[in-house]
Design a protein around this ligand. Structure first.
Ligand code: ADP
Ligand code: MG
Length: 297
């Protein structure tokens, strides 16, 4: 590793053709350095194994070169993916494969698979996920967010509280502009849990500023436990709520989930939880109206 490629002047292709065996030997000795200089770290690290495998498969030179390049591309893609997932700040790992559609019959699996293609992200459309607690809103947000990352889009996950806390602080400290710019940058901004707590009217104004800034630029994926008709109350201001909804719902896909909390369903299955006689299992949670009971499979 101490050896650097600066020790070997890069040969011109013509020089290489004319090279003596001794020159080739010198190039081989400096292979690590050259691979470093070209930032081909995966080839450098796995070189012996890759060459052995290429020989075992009796690849010709062109095939072997393609095989080495493929290893480098795969490694770079893996690194990009893992960095982008870290930057996205997902609260946990959830995937679409891990989502049991049978448990939530109000969701059209075709609609979610269509959203998983991320065409809406490419178009700068929004997605609004509505439903009571525990029905899989955050799960779907993370799963769709990961699909977007996998397709090369920049994604950031945040909660409504975290986002507004940051914007309010920005306003107090004179850094609002920078924070609005930061939240406007990712191609997809995921805002989880809007509506769990009512917002101060000032927070509603800040939210409006962010939504207008992103309008027709980048996508927003937002989830709420409150139907949009109740967003007046969430934002504490009818005019602001209408302005936010106007921009958010223009070019949008709304997915409304009606059903039982998946968590309670799991508990009920394991016998830890019994639904109350004649009622929904999750009636009254968080002061919410009882959700429509899910059809049991
Ligand atoms: P919400 O955000 O709507 O309150 P979550 O997405 O947090 O609900 O779901 C609660 C838990 O139940 C999470 O661990 C989630 O992965 C799981 N979950 C919810 N719905 C499903 C489902 N249909 N299939 C598999 N897991 C689910
Ligand atoms: Mg949630």
């Amino acid at each position: 590793m101490a050896r650097t490629s600066q020790q070997t002047p890069a040969p011109s292709p013509a020089g290489l053709v004319a090279a003596e065996p001794a020159d080739i030997q010198r190039l081989v000795e400096d292979l690590d350095g050259m691979l470093n200089r070209l930032r081909l770290g995966a080839i450098r690290e796995q070189l012996d194994g890759l060459l052995e495998e290429a020989a075992r498969r009796q690849l010709n030179l062109r095939e072997a070169l393609a095989w080495l390049c493929a290893a480098e591309v795969a490694s770079k893609e893996q690194r990009r993916l893992s960095m982008a997932m870290t930057i996205a700040h997902f609260p946990f790992v959830r995937t679409l494969e891990g989502f049991e559609f049978e448990a939530q019959p109000s969701i059209d699996p075709g609609k979610i698979r269509d959203l998983a293609t991320c065409r809406w992200v490419a178009n700068g459309d929004n997605v609004v996920l509505l439903g009571p607690p525990g029905v899989g809103k955050t799960h779907l947000e993370v799963a769709l967010g990961r699909e977007a990352v996998a397709r090369g889009y920049t994604v950031q996950f945040t909660t409504a509280m975290e986002l507004l806390g940051s914007l309010v602080k920005g306003q107090q400290q004179g850094t609002l502009e920078a924070r609005l710019a930061q939240y406007s940058k990712p191609k997809l901004l995921i805002i989880d849990e809007l509506g769990y707590l009512p917002l101060e009217p000032a927070a509603g104004h800040l939210f409006f500023q962010l939504i207008s800034r992103r309008y027709e630029q980048g996508s927003v994926l937002i989830s709420s436990n409150r139907p949009v008709e109740e967003w007046d109350e969430v934002f504490g201001d009818q005019v602001v709520a209408a302005a936010i909804l106007d921009r958010l719902l223009h070019h949008s896909h709304v997915v409304t989930i009606r059903g039982d909390s998946y968590r309670l369903r799991e508990k009920r299955r394991s016998g830890l939880f019994r639904p109350q006689a004649g009622g929904s299992s999750s009636a009254g949670i968080g002061g919410l109206p009882p959700p429509t009971p899910a059809k049991e499979a």
